[in-house]
Design a protein around this ligand. Structure first.
Ligand code: URA
Length: 406
């Protein structure tokens, strides 16, 4: 009985494959109620899962939908997944970089929900950009331009879609076991040969400490090993926003400037690190050698040219990226050193400007967002410009405590 399975997890006992399958597949078929699944998810959050349970649940998730086979595309395909963050537009930069070096990339991305933006929303701020490619179009595009960035096909791990929506409203997103199953089932079903994980920690991330991020990364690596997939990971801090631009079309602009070699700092460095791992994994070369190749394609313009090709192939028009003409400048009310820029508060402000969704069906305003003019560690005087807010309606509130100045 379903109730006995939930009770077993409440007592901290392990569930067998059959028990996990009966409750999770039952939920998919509508035979298990939301309140029963919520109760099980909370018991998992509190008592955790053993490795065998995690492996079994990953398999159940994968089997819930299609598994994609891109073996017709020659070369070692490396997928990358970021656990999400404020201002994280790395996909827009690293996909063209690695594709310009001959690494085939099929990047299936999601939309934003809550404070963190989604790559698909960012790309849709480019007029005409198609994010709903079919499997055949994906294969054609990779053969033609070497890379695609598209939305997940509808039947890719449908169980995750249902469970994630329930986790989102039952305070059960933060379980390391459930995060690992959710991410790895999608990556394994999506047909890449190797996987690179960018696991974030800090105020704007799903897990707050570096230790938890490493635990999550190692767990995902073990799941990958079970399926004979090489998995590498990078742990990155998300206490502060990544880069200076937050908001869909603004982030596309920052990605373009980064690809053109006009941006330095933490965001640029993370893009170099992630791209170099992907190139190293695909070509089987040393990381250091990959770093030189990656830096070279930014310098010689090939990475940006590849971005243009990818956008054009997916019918996007880079001449038409909407950015709001209304700008509200925010000035410093004091003098000192910027000790902190709170990523979560920036995410909330961006949401209140209209750059994200509070509810699944909310409509995004692509042209709004935030441009930071000062970063952590910089000194400011009273009256210096801290950030510009791009807005289309004026029902937002500026919280000066976003910047901790001492
Ligand atoms: N991203 C996912 O895809 N799943 C999670 O559970 C958390 C982050």
């Amino acid at each position: 009985m379903i109730k006995d399975i939930i009770d077993k997890k409440r007592l901290g006992l392990s569930l067998s494959y059959e028990e996990l399958s009966s409750i999770f597949n039952g939920y998919m078929k509508g035979e298990v109620e939301d309140y029963q699944m919520s109760s099980l998810l909370m018991a998992i959050c509190i008592n955790g899962m053993g490795e065998d349970e995690i492996f079994d649940l990953t398999e159940i998730f994968i089997q819930s939908g299609d598994t994609l086979d891109f073996s017709r595309i020659p070369g070692i395909k490396v997928d990358k997944h970021s656990t999400g963050g404020i201002g994280d537009k790395t996909t827009l930069v690293i996909v063209p970089i690695v594709a310009s070096l001959g690494v085939p990339v099929i990047k299936m991305s999601g939309r934003g929900l809550g404070y963190t933006g989604g790559t698909i929303d960012k790309l849709e701020s480019i007029s005409g950009f198609r994010t709903d490619l079919t499997n055949e179009e994906i294969i054609d595009s990779v053969s033609k331009v070497g890379a695609v960035i598209t939305g997940q096909t509808a039947n890719l791990v449908p169980l995750d879609k249902m469970i994630y929506a329930l986790r989102d409203v039952t305070a059960t997103v933060s379980s390391i076991a459930l995060i690992a199953v959710s991410i790895m089932s999608k990556k394994l079903a999506a047909g890449a040969d190797k996987i690179l994980l960018d696991v974030k920690y800090g105020k704007g991330a799903l897990v707050s400490t570096k230790e938890e991020a490493e635990e999550l990364a190692l767990l995902m690596q073990k799941i990958g090993k079970k399926y004979q997939h090489e998995v590498r990971y990078v742990l990155s801090n998300m206490d502060h926003p990544l880069g200076c631009y937050v908001g869909n079309s603004l982030e596309v602009q920052e990605a373009i400037e980064t690809l053109k070699g006009n941006v330095a700092g933490r965001f640029y460095e993370l893009c170099i690190e992630l791209s170099s791992h992907m190139v190293s994994m695909s070509k089987g070369i040393d990381y250091e050698e990959a770093v030189s190749l990656v830096e070279e394609v930014i310098k010689n313009g090939r990475a940006y040219h590849k971005f243009e090709e990818i956008v054009c192939n997916q019918k996007g028009d880079l001449a038409h990226i909407q950015v709001s003409p209304h700008i509200h400048p925010v000035y410093s009310e004091r003098e000192g050193i910027i000790k902190d820029i709170d990523a979560l508060k920036i995410g909330k402000l961006s949401l209140s400007l209209g750059a994200g969704r509070c509810e699944k069906n909310d409509v995004i305003d692509y042209g709004v967002g935030i441009v930071l003019h000062k970063m952590v560690g910089e000194s400011v005087h009273k009256g210096d410009l801290l950030m510009d807010l791009y807005f289309n309606h004026d029902n937002f509130e500026v919280d000066q405590s976003i910047f901790k100045i001492e």
